[in-house]
Design a protein around this ligand. Structure first.
Ligand SMILES: [Zn+2]
Length: 406
């Protein structure tokens, strides 16, 4: 069949950003569906039974479906302007690993079922909640709340899901399906500099540091940019921008390793000659210690209230998602370490479906070296040889898992 490099080449033109380098592969978009159809076709070509479950998660059974399954996979959506590897590397590697396991006869010897999985809307770039598919199946987000989420066009997730072929009434926690997963292993491109200066192409995930997203909405008085004196303005853009400007200092003052980012703002109504009536920003805060995340949020919230008062506007703050620091399953990780003794253990500042699944099913991650250390941007990279090394590592891990009887 095809190796991981040529598998990724098959989708290298799908969802290319027409406005610049990188990709636009939003969750539950036509592009994500096109990528999912590519995966379904590749799985079918290999003779795998495929299904899309009630939450839009795609499963391809390499053996007869059954309990205590070994599952590997990742996601195919991207952040706006994202790179080629975040997500698709794990999916292509799963297909390539299946090919190797089949050729080597490991599948015939397997004591457990094997399935490949693709999770939808992992980045949360459309509906604001990352890992939407894995949150839904595990119940980490309530179905009602998810169905009411809206995208930038004002379309609800309920409507978009319906258009994607899902039944909104069936979306939500699926314990029966989750219980069939005996272990989940997600291979992913490394999203930082963790492996750059090592002679190792692959690392084992130790934890995913706590992270959350909060929405700050400032509202003031929309008005004429020419006739309203500066002293008579209630301009939400002024208040929100001051807060954004203060965030680096507030995060650093709380803890040197805390990170806080505003990567998205929205000004309403957004006219050059109009004093805005509203401005929103979304802040992403991460730290290994959950208490530090709370402290950074509190510092930013306090500053937001001060600047809102100073500018004569209102501010409301709401949490969109929060995931405390997740440690991958110790027993599973020790099995990974025994088959990959040279692989370093790496914590991740990035969230993943494996992190959402970890409290429910034994989960682990493999990271493949990224020579630029850049991710969520077109410069994200992964050498061909490292991609193949990632598949070899995944094959070793899956072989081991398939032989564990319980
Ligand atoms: Zn990812």
């Amino acid at each position: 069949m095809s190796d991981v490099v040529s598998l990724l080449a098959q989708i290298e033109d799908t969802g290319r950003d027409t406005r610049g380098p990188g990709y636009q592969r939003a969750g539950f978009s036509n592009t994500e569906r096109e990528l999912r159809d590519w995966f379904l076709a590749e799985a079918a070509r290999r003779g795998l039974d495929t299904e899309v479950d009630d939450n839009g998660i795609t499963w391809a059974w390499a053996t007869a479906p059954g309990d205590n399954a070994v599952v590997t996979g990742s996601h195919l959506d991207s952040v706006p302007g994202g790179g080629a590897f975040d997500g698709p590397l794990g999916v292509a590697s799963a297909l390539a690993a299946f090919d190797e396991l089949k050729t080597s006869g490991a599948l015939e010897r397997a004591k457990r079922p094997l399935a490949l999985a693709v999770f939808p809307e992992e980045e949360g770039s459309r509906f604001g909640v990352a890992c939407l598919g894995s949150r839904l199946i595990t119940g980490a987000i309530e179905a009602d709340r998810a169905l009411g989420l809206t995208d930038a066009n004002g379309d609800t997730f309920a409507d978009v899901a319906r258009g994607y072929g899902l039944d909104p009434n069936r979306i939500g926690t699926d314990k029966a399906r989750l219980e069939k997963v005996g272990s989940f292993i997600e291979l992913h491109v490394e999203q930082g500099i963790g492996l750059i200066n090592t002679d190792q192409a692959v690392a084992i995930g130790s934890s995913i540091i706590g992270h959350g997203r909060w929405h700050f909405a400032f509202s003031g008085q929309g008005n004429h940019a020419g006739t309203t004196p500066m002293s008579h303005r209630a301009d939400p853009v002024v208040a929100a921008s001051r807060v954004i400007g203060d965030i680096p200092t507030l995060a650093a003052a709380t803890d040197a390793s805390a990170v806080a980012t505003v990567g998205r703002t929205l000004i309403h109504p957004g006219g050059t000659n109009v004093i805005a009536s509203g401005m929103s920003f979304w802040v992403d805060i991460r730290h290994a210690d959950d208490a530090v995340v709370k402290q950074v949020l509190e510092a930013i919230s306090q500053r937001a209230r001060e600047h809102a008062e100073g500018a004569g506007v209102e501010v409301s703050i709401s949490q969109e998602s929060y995931s405390p620091t997740t440690y991958f399953t110790a027993e599973l990780n020790s099995r990974l370490t025994s088959v990959l003794p040279d692989a370093p253990l790496l914590p991740s500042g990035a969230g993943h479906d494996a992190g959402i699944l970890a409290p429910h099913v034994p989960s682990a991650m493999l990271y493949v070296r990224n020579p630029t250390g850049v991710s969520h941007a077109p410069e994200e990279a992964c050498e061909d040889d490292d991609q193949r090394a990632g598949v070899s590592a995944l094959v070793k891990v899956l072989e081991g898992e398939l032989e564990v009887a319980s």
